[in-house]
Design a binder for this molecule. Structure first.
Ligand code: F6R
Length: 261
């Protein structure tokens, strides 16, 4: 199933020359440790933080390290609120690729987030557009303290694919060919072609935004996002509209490509 394509409205852009803060680590493990330390610090300062969690392979060592730090230093996430960035549609939480399944296993359980504060997207909703609207209303009910992001094909953030308007809110997205190729061919996952995702507008509303990336392919997406035009053709370039609220955590391999001009 596909939705009719949306046209990105032309965006009025003020030139922004400031880059986000960038933290570079020698290895993937060290980059994940830096990002995890930042997440735990934010919760230490604000135990009631509302957090949007990206899923995906990039975040696995980050969340494992957060869980380890919680046991080691006694920080608690028990008062935090947890929000999804996105979920494939339609998707049962028991599917190998389900982001709901992922957050239950790697975040909600290990971080000890109580049921009432776990705000799940329903990948099995009868009407995905109504589910996106329900989720948008939920997000509107409180400010997001921290949005945690990865980056994927075409520079997507969440499932805001190339061409997505920067002011879009939670919506149902057609996944891009490159994303479907990655999932079906490179990762051998039978993912659907639609997803429900927070929009770039929601992401830019967050008080703090962190993006984690490793390796040269992610570095190349970021090189375009950091040095190319700020345009819906490169969704992650929207992060340059809020440079003082964004931090990138990169391993050396991603950074050496991302920072080459
Ligand atoms: C996942 C998400 C996506 C991923 C991106 C990178 O919740 O929103 O934007 O962050 O596709 O995925 P990985 O880390 O698996 O390479």
């Amino acid at each position: 199933m596909r939705l009719p394509e949306q046209q990105a409205a032309p965006v009025e852009l003020t030139p922004v020359n400031t880059l986000p803060r960038i933290e570079i680590a020698a290895t993937i493990e060290e980059a994940a440790r830096l990002a995890a330390g930042r997440i735990v610090n934010i919760v230490n300062r604000d135990p009631y933080a509302a957090i949007t969690y990206a899923t995906g392979q990039t975040m696995i060592p980050v969340y494992a390290e957060v869980a380890r730090l919680l046991t080691a230093n006694g920080t608690t996430f028990v008062n935090t609120e947890a929000f999804h960035l996105d979920e494939y549609f339609p998707t049962d939480p028991s599917a190998a690729y389900s982001f709901v399944g992922y957050v239950r296993e790697k975040i909600f359980g290990p971080f000890g987030i109580p049921l009432a504060q776990r705000h799940e997207m329903d990948g099995l909703a009868q009407d995905p557009i109504a589910e996106a609207a329900r989720y948008e209303a939920l997000l509107a009910s409180r400010p997001i303290s921290l949005a945690i992001l990865g980056i994927g094909p075409g520079g997507h953030i969440g499932f805001n694919e190339q061409g997505t308007p920067f002011d879009i809110r939670t919506h149902v997205a057609n996944l891009a060919e490159e994303t479907i190729y990655r999932d079906h061919e490179e990762r051998r996952l039978a993912t659907p072609e639609l997803a429900i995702t927070q929009g770039i507008g929601n992401i830019l509303d967050a008080e703090q935004i962190i993006l984690v990336a490793y390796g040269s392919q992610k570095g190349e997406y970021l090189r375009k996002a950091l040095h190319g035009p700020i345009t819906p053709d490169c969704p992650a370039s929207a992060l340059r509209l809020a440079p003082d609220r964004v931090t990138l955590y990169l391993d050396q391999e991603a950074a050496s490509v991302a920072l080459s001009t």
